[in-house]
Design a protein around this ligand. Sequence first.
Ligand SMILES: Cc1ncc(COP(=O)(O)O)c(C=O)c1O
Length: 347
Amino acid sequence: MKTIDLRSDTITQPTDEMIEAIVTAHKAGRFGDDVIGEDSVVNELQEKAAKILGKEAALLVTSGTQGNVISLLSQTSRGDEIVVEEQSHTFLFEAGSMASLGGLFPKPVKGVRGYILPKTLKSVINRDDAHLARTAMVVIENTHNYAGGTIIRPEQVQALVSVAKEHDLKVHCDGARLFNAAVALNIPAKELVKNIDSVQICLSKGLSAPVGSIIAGSDEFIHDAHRMRKKLGGGMRQAGIIAAPMIVALEKMVDRLKEDHDNAKRLYKKLEHIPNLIIEAPETNIIFLGLENLSIDTMRLSEELAKHQILIYGGYGERARFVLNRMVNREDVDRVADVVGGILTAL
Ligand SMILES: Cc1ncc(COP(=O)(O)O)c(C=O)c1O
């Protein structure tokens, strides 16, 4: 029986074309020392990514977490305060990096489906007062993982940006799944990061590259980010070996994210009628099942599903996360729906 892995879209394997792209670049002698800017594949990737994101420049980084921390640290100073959504990845799941590495003070605020309302942002920005930390930045997560792959729309982004700019705040977008939002809205990704100072995109999630993220912004930001990447040990040598699959991810894998979104909707349709289950229609590739009103928690559900070769993470308390991805097809979705439905209705 096939194992169906819904733990994350990070489990996606590289495509054959990605592996071929590495070999082709190697045979063409294109790899070089990227620490001194001599890997032509990395340079091509960075130029392409900057263009797609509508920014002056871009930089290859090892991971989403590294891209976020570089973006935060290189645009703020120790002791500054950063406004984050209380369930955002930068606040909850990056090992406290902004505080431990940058001396930055996170100010978590409650969003609506992952979106920090402009009036909320306005109300938490500190006045210029020696007693208070300087509020220096706000982070937007798009799509928002923990809210259920929710999309922050361009007009919502601009409303937040205008409050931020009125108060001299930088705006960073954690766009680990920015292309999921762009594909679902059928708009270019750059529309979602207009007027934003820095953005991080992951190519290693639904887009299936084995490794790597990109950060993008102004020439000045990327200049500073380059030094910060070095400080954090992120300077890589023949990095074209990871950049080649990333180019394939950007050029060939974006449009197919729609399949993951369609599969998420299919799963939702098959589960929405289960009594006492809390479930919202997915906007992209992530669905949470709220188990609060059922006599099972995520850990036990994950153990029951594992008996049927279906994998989810068990650590999400009473909310079970299912992440649709390229390794899961329609038939798999139907099997998952049958098994989950069977377990939850038999309680
Ligand atoms: C919203 C979000 N931001 C950032 C990251 C970090 O990415 P990485 O695992 O590459 O460090 C993730 C990873 O799952 C994520 O979901």
